[in-house]
Design a protein around this ligand. Structure first.
Ligand SMILES: NC(=O)C1=CN([C@@H]2O[C@H](COP(=O)(O)OP(=O)(O)OC[C@H]3O[C@@H](n4cnc5c(N)ncnc54)[C@H](OP(=O)(O)O)[C@@H]3O)[C@@H](O)[C@H]2O)[C@@H](O)CC1
Ligand SMILES: [K+]
Length: 495
């Protein structure tokens, strides 16, 4: 089975580099391999004899640029190189690499990018330390304005390696070649949109070293969770496949719960029941067939229902209303220690009251699925949770704070567990931004947990399957379609 794809932060990557060097591969050799990978990648974007301009920065990213420039010259390209700063400021391996470039070292300010068939952006990589200003900013602006293809070395200069944020301005790359593993900025927005296709070059940093220095952050692909997906056997009984309970809103707010319930059933929950306020029983009954229906009056009603241990997974939140009654239902669910997915109104009802959720979910598998607005409302007044620039850091901290798996939804949904594991999703589609889409996601996650899938794997799988279903439909997608597309996605996964 293919291993999950590790993603390393800048500091983890530095540690992996260092360990590799300590194990006997000199830093300059790693840089030569990186530079060769850049040259090989450049050849895919250039025709023989083309004019290639390398913009090199003052650090090791620039060193990679020097190596690539020399190799491409040897391979018959017309190569010019411009440096940001002066050659005497180059140090260590970058200074060593510069010695292999026998051409002229121009000032990056003097380069004319318009004449290039290909630009190689080797200004900054993982060592970017602040916003771009002055000559660095101007160089990036001029590269972008040239309209020529740009190959970014490691990452587009101006993008923060860990958060994917644009530090003032950033190179809009045609393609990016990175080393050993992808970094968070290759998956997180807006960085991802600046990279173009990302090529990962093997420069000889071992898998064991990468795992030892990273090992907790992943790209969210099937390789991360497919082992945990339920595969019912011939003798499986519906009661062994779990029973998901979804709480419905009042008479005019019942659709969200039914969307979640349908998704839970489609993902394989053996039984699904909608718990409906008495006044909404009629409207719910008119729309349900395979899904069961029970009257449930507020927190007390929920408490009574949960005396039945067969309800092993719950969805609370979609269209439930923002008020104390919803908070009380959450308290009942937490006390009952069932698998739990909280979304929408269940989260917003705790606006300004996040301290009530401190550690609340650590006793049972729980998943919170806020979008940015809900996340910020929920954790208002907790700067340690809402302020970090990196989305991964925010979600990890929220997971550690609450004891729940947290899914922060968006074009680059991040899922984090209280134990520090995190995954970045990248198969999302803009068509998923449609009413009821989030309700469907809750149902998928709860339906997986009903079947015994652990919370982190259920959340990661739910997010991926939801996105894959949406992408398979494309334009015109509405939330009702999503659950119906799940069987096709599952069929491919379980093949
Ligand atoms: N380690 C290895 O073995 C390998 C590493 N590899 C390569 O190394 C890269 C990381 O190298 P790195 O750590 O030298 O950082 P890098 O991105 O070149 O930038 C640092 C320089 O930029 C400067 N600077 C920063 N921000 C600035 C700003 N806003 N505006 C202006 N200046 C700014 C900063 O100066 P200072 O902050 O001190 O003023 C410093 O001089 C990595 O991405 C990969 O390409 C590969 O060769 C494989 C082997
Ligand atoms: K770069």
């Amino acid at each position: 089975m293919t291993a999950p794809e590790l993603v390393l932060t800048s500091s983890e990557m530095r540690q992996a580099d260092r360990a590799t060097i300590e194990n006997g591969i000199p830093g300059i050799e790693l840089m030569r391999r990186a530079g060769r990978a850049v040259a090989d990648s450049a050849e895919k974007l250039a025709a023989p004899g083309d004019r290639i301009i390398v913009a090199a920065g003052p650090g090791q990213n620039g060193g990679d640029g020097f190596i690539a420039a020399a190799l491409l010259f040897d391979r018959g390209y017309q190569v010019s190189l411009g440096l940001l700063g002066t050659p005497d400021r180059l140090a260590g391996d970058a200074a060593e690499a510069a010695k292999g470039w026998y051409g002229k070292v121009e000032r990056v300010e003097d380069l004319s990018f318009h004449g290039a068939d290909l630009i190689i952006d080797a200004l900054f990589g993982t060592g970017l330390a602040r916003d771009l200003e002055g000559a660095a900013r101007l160089a990036v602006e001029r590269m972008n304005a040239s309209g020529r293809p740009i190959l970014a070395v490691d990452l587009p200069s101006g993008i923060d390696g860990d958060s994917g944020a644009v530090r003032g301005v950033a190179v809009k790359a045609t393609r990016t070649v990175t080393f050993a593993v992808r970094k968070p900025c290759h998956l997180l927005m807006p960085g991802r949109a600046y990279c173009g296709p990302v090529e990962v070059a093997d420069i000889g940093i071992g898998g064991d070293t990468l795992e030892a220095k990273g090992g907790t952050l992943f790209a969210n692909h099937a390789t991360l969770w497919t082992h945990a997906l339920p595969r019912p056997g011939l003798s499986s009984h519906k009661y062994e496949r779990g029973h998901t309970l979804v709480a419905s809103g009042g008479a005019t707010r019942t659709g969200a719960a039914r969307l979640a319930a349908r998704a839970a059933l489609r993902i394989g929950s053996g039984l699904v029941t909608v718990a409906s306020p008495p006044e909404a029983l009629g409207v719910n009954a008119a729309h349900l067939t395979a899904i069961m229906l029970r009257g449930c009056d507020g927190p007390e009603g929920l408490n009574t229902m949960l005396q039945d241990q067969r309800f092993n997974s719950l969805v609370l939140g979609p269209a439930l209303g923002i008020h104390a009654g919803t908070r009380a239902m959450v308290a009942v669910a937490v006390h009952a220690r069932r698998s739990l997915v909280l979304d929408a109104d269940a989260l917003t009802s705790f606006e300004g009251l996040a301290t009530e959720l401190h550690g609340a979910f650590r006793h049972a598998p729980s998943v919170l699925t806020p979008h940015d607005g809900e996340f910020n409302r929920l954790f208002k007044g907790h700067p340690d949770l809402v302020d970090p620039a990196s989305k991964i850091e925010r979600v990890r901290r929220a997971a550690a704070y609450t004891g729940a798996v947290v899914v922060l939804k968006g074009a680059d949904t991040v899922i984090a567990a209280p134990d520090g594991r995190a995954a970045i999703n990248e198969n999302g589609t803009p068509y998923l931004a449609t009413a009821g889409s989030g309700d469907t996601l809750c149902g998928l996650i709860a339906g997986l947990m009903a079947q015994g899938v652990p919370a982190f794997e259920a959340a990661c799988a739910g997010v991926w399957i939801h996105a894959e279903a949406g992408a398979s439909f494309g334009p015109g997608l509405i939330a009702e379609d999503l659950a119906e597309l799940v069987p096709g996605v599952l069929r491919d996964l379980l093949r």
